[in-house]
Design a binder for this molecule. Structure first.
Ligand code: NAP
Ligand code: ZN
Ligand code: ZN
Length: 347
């Protein structure tokens, strides 16, 4: 066992603070990674504050992990010491159900083991990336290119794959009119990918101040959702809407913006449900769907795509001691566009 320094939440209401815990030794198929950067996802806030229920404390959040391999197990085949590696939202799954066999471990029929706030197969709590080191089975570890700035790569492990996967699943590309709702961590990656795939991209945001950024990120249009006239003028305009909103809102406001046969995919995970009007779907044969992160194979494909096309997250690097303040800023929509913790600040 190795003692690891970290930042943890002890309960749902007090700020995150320094914390030590023991990581397991490297097993035959394991990789030990010295964590260099870890992104701050809005899911960290939902879970730290127990907004989804069932939170396990103490909790070391963090599932956008990039670091360097310091040790490998005897049977590790695809990684070597000294390489960069990434870890995303899960570190294990049943490995034998139809979803796992189809490389969609995130939909494991038994249970995907979350990188944190979860229990491994032995029943021990899992601890995430706001920590100096992690040990993960190579099957759930990603290769990270040396080409890109790694602080900008870290958010790809969740914000990147969560937006890449539905855009690929629904074959979004040239000729599609796409709206990205909410310009935060997920939203800004959705804009980059949708534009890169050739779609005509509109950002729908509550923050007028993000307009120029949206265009710089690759969006072609921008609209403020608080303006009823603007929303009216956008009715029936989009083939595909990707909603990344983290707080309670009306799905109906956005469903109406879909064209005939249009699809809205929800990736944002507000804790409270939203009503859906049947006529908003029936009237134009619209679909409402959801999507959860992505499997290991697709996450690797996404990382390779980013390395090839020079795509990284726009980040604000912070020290671990600033994470509570970062949460408050994210809750105000004040993130441009992902906070990433410099893990060296924990040591
Ligand atoms: P974030 O960086 O905080 O961005 C969320 C954005 O939503 C804000 O910047 C804001 O954008 C918009 N927003 C916030 N409150 C709103 C409201 N009341 N009405 C309308 N828009 C609002 O969060 P994130 O890390 O991108 O995560 C977004 C959500 O996705 C979270 O709920 C998270 O848990 C979830 N998530 C899901 C998955 C998955 O697999 N499905 C994976 C990761 C995260 P504007 O300023 O532009 O309005
Ligand atoms: Zn996340
Ligand atoms: Zn499974």
């Amino acid at each position: 066992m190795t003692t690891v320094n970290a930042y943890a939440a002890q309960n749902a209401t007090t700020p995150l603070a320094p914390f030590n815990f023991e990581r397991r030794d490297v097993g035959n198929n394991d990789i030990q990674i010295e964590i260099l950067y870890c992104g701050v996802c809005h899911s960290d806030i939902h879970q730290v504050r127990n907004e989804w229920g069932g939170s396990i404390y103490p909790m070391v959040p963090g599932h956008e992990i990039v670091g360097r391999i310091t040790k490998i197990g005897d049977e590790v085949k695809n990684f070597t010491v000294g390489q960069l590696a990434g870890v995303g939202c899960f570190i294990d799954s049943c490995r034998v159900c139809p979803s796992c066999l189809a490389n969609e471990e995130q939909y494991c029929d038994v249970a995907m083991v979350g990188t944190y706030n979860s229990r491994d197969k032995a029943g021990n709590p899992t601890y995430g990336g706001y920590a100096t080191q992690i040990v993960v089975d190579e099957k759930y570890t990603l290769h990270v290119s040396e080409k890109l700035p790694i602080e900008g790569v870290a958010p790809l492990l969740c914000a990147g794959i969560t937006t890449y996967s539905p855009l690929r699943h629904w074959n979004i590309g040239k000729g599609h009119k796409v709206a990205v709702v909410g310009l935060g961590g997920l939203g800004h990656m959705a804009v980059k990918f949708a534009a890169s795939f050739g779609a005509d991209v509109t950002v729908l945001s509550t923050s007028k101040s993000k307009e120029q950024d949206a265009l710089n990120l690759g969006a072609h249009h921008f609209a403020v959702t608080k303006d009823p006239e603007t929303m009216k003028s956008l009715q029936g305009k989009f083939d595909f809407i990707l909603s990344t909103i983290s707080a309670q809102h009306e799905y109906n406001d956005y469903l109406n913006l879909l064209t005939l046969n249009g699809t809205m995919v929800v990736v944002g995970a507000p804790p409270h449900p939203s009503l859906v009007g049947a006529f908003n779907l029936i009237g134009k044969r619209r679909s409402l769907a959801g999507s959860l992160i992505g499997g290991i194979k697709e996450t690797q494909e996404m990382l390779d795509y980013c390395a090839e096309h020079n795509i990284v997250s726009d980040v604000e690097v912070i020290n671990a001691s600033e994470v509570n303040e970062a949460y408050e800023r994210m809750l105000k929509g004040d993130v441009r566009y992902r906070f990433v913790i410099d893990i060296a600040s924990i040591k």
